[in-house]
Design a protein around this ligand. Structure first.
Ligand SMILES: [Fe+2]
Length: 396
């Protein structure tokens, strides 16, 4: 590749030091420093060798689906998580890849949902730098941002138990005009809306004295002081069940059936029939160390439910190798579209459409299986009256 392009000046100031070199109008851009561009001479994975060949590479079925969806979508959300690192220089690089790719798509979202682990580590200077970089970068988009904390937001508090908790990214979001997270550090959820659709963010939480903390969807310290009981989970579930429009949930973790931690999340099961889809992070796509056999699993289902769970992580290139996120669309008929984006390669890698009609069908049967009446042998053996009538012997 020849270094003939002019750096794209739309890059936010916060990302200084890394330039964007557009390949061709409408075909994405290569994001790197001029020096790195020189080093890549002759081995550029973005330049297959000719304009015709390149055009073929950049226009895919996913691009066509996305463009069609964009026209139909009534609501559009950008969902990301897990920038998770203590390396400000590489943070600049990941932000450059993600945000400039989002810019090249035309800033196609009315909200940003950031699902935790924005920072990592315990060094105050690095944490402050990571927060500053991200606040400037995301603020430059001028799109409302919602944030649900994840386990690494509590790294500093975990190692400074004798002090009041300090979660710099959470506190920055809480104080940033127009951005939203829990009002208090001990709150375990907050509610917002996208159009008429309710959205619940399920968050890790810590007491204001640091006497207890929930991360990894379990009580990480101070179990004897933890104030919430199953009654609190049931109260939230009742609130969700009273919603009159299809509901979306988000958080750093999934429910039972997801790739990784879900212990406390499962206190909300069985989910009320208002639930349509859940988005989570924490399980960095391509991360063999933590994802193990599910390292590449982007979509799974809540156990016993017809509710899909979407893994949106991660917005970094260390554990997950590529900087990834999801673009989420809601259409006028209540159906939804999920588009997985690889920001490094400027392409959509998968598309999925969870139908709005799925959930109510079979819901009562799910409830019996998951939450069997007392005196029965267990969820899996419970049969509905309809099933009993169809097959009295129980064989299938
Ligand atoms: Fe995490």
């Amino acid at each position: 590749m020849k270094k003939t392009a002019t750096p794209d000046k739309r890059l936010p100031q916060a990302l200084g030091g890394i330039d964007i070199f557009p390949l061709r109008p409408g075909t994405g851009a290569l994001l790197c420093s001029a020096d790195a561009l020189d080093e890549m001479e002759g081995s550029d994975p973005f330049d297959p060798g000719g304009e015709e060949e390149r055009d073929q590479k950049m226009s895919t079925m996913f691009d066509d689906l996305y463009q069609e969806s964009l026209v139909r979508a009534e609501h559009k959300v950008w969902i990301l998580s897990d920038l998770q690192q203590g390396l400000p220089e590489n943070t600049r690089r990941c932000l450059a890849a993600g945000i400039s790719d989002f810019e090249l798509l035309g800033r196609p979202a009315e909200q940003i949902w950031y699902l935790g682990d924005a920072v990592e580590g315990v060094e105050a200077d690095r944490l402050a730098a990571m927060c500053r970089l991200q606040e400037e970068a995301f603020a430059s988009l001028r799109i409302p941002l919602c944030y649900a904390t994840g386990n690494h937001d509590y790294d500093y508090s975990r190692t400074h138990r004798d002090q009041a908790p300090w979660m710099p990214f959470y506190e920055m979001v809480r104080d940033h005009p127009g951005w939203k997270t829990t009002a208090k550090s001990e709150d375990f959820y907050f509610r917002t809306q996208i159009g008429k659709y309710p959205v619940y963010f399920l968050c890790d939480h810590v007491s204001q004295t640091n006497g207890w903390c929930v991360t990894h969807s379990r009580v990480a310290w101070g179990r004897e002081n933890y104030p919430y009981t199953d009654d609190d989970a049931q109260a939230l579930k009742a609130k969700m069940a009273a919603e009159t429009e299809p509901m979306i949930t988000c958080g750093h973790y999934g429910f039972s059936g997801c790739n990784r931690d879900h212990e406390l999340m499962d206190h909300l099961l069985p989910l009320p029939k208002t639930e349509r889809v859940h988005f989570y992070g924490h399980s960095h796509i391509g991360d063999w160390a933590w994802g193990k056999k599910d390292a590449w699993r982007r979509i799974c289902w809540v156990d016993w439910h017809d509710v899909p769970q979407i893994d949106v992580s991660s917005f970094e290139n260390i554990r997950g190798r590529h900087c990834r996120s999801v673009l989420f669309h809601i259409y006028a008929d209540g159906n939804m579209g999920v588009f997985f984006r690889n920001h490094d390669l400027h392409c959509f890698t998968e598309a999925y459409f969870p139908a709005g009609e799925n959930a109510p069908q079979g819901w009562d049967g799910m409830r019996l299986r998951y939450d069997p009446p007392q005196g029965t042998e267990g969820g899996q053996t419970v049969r509905t009256k309809k099933e009993e009538a169809a097959s009295p012997s129980g064989r299938s």
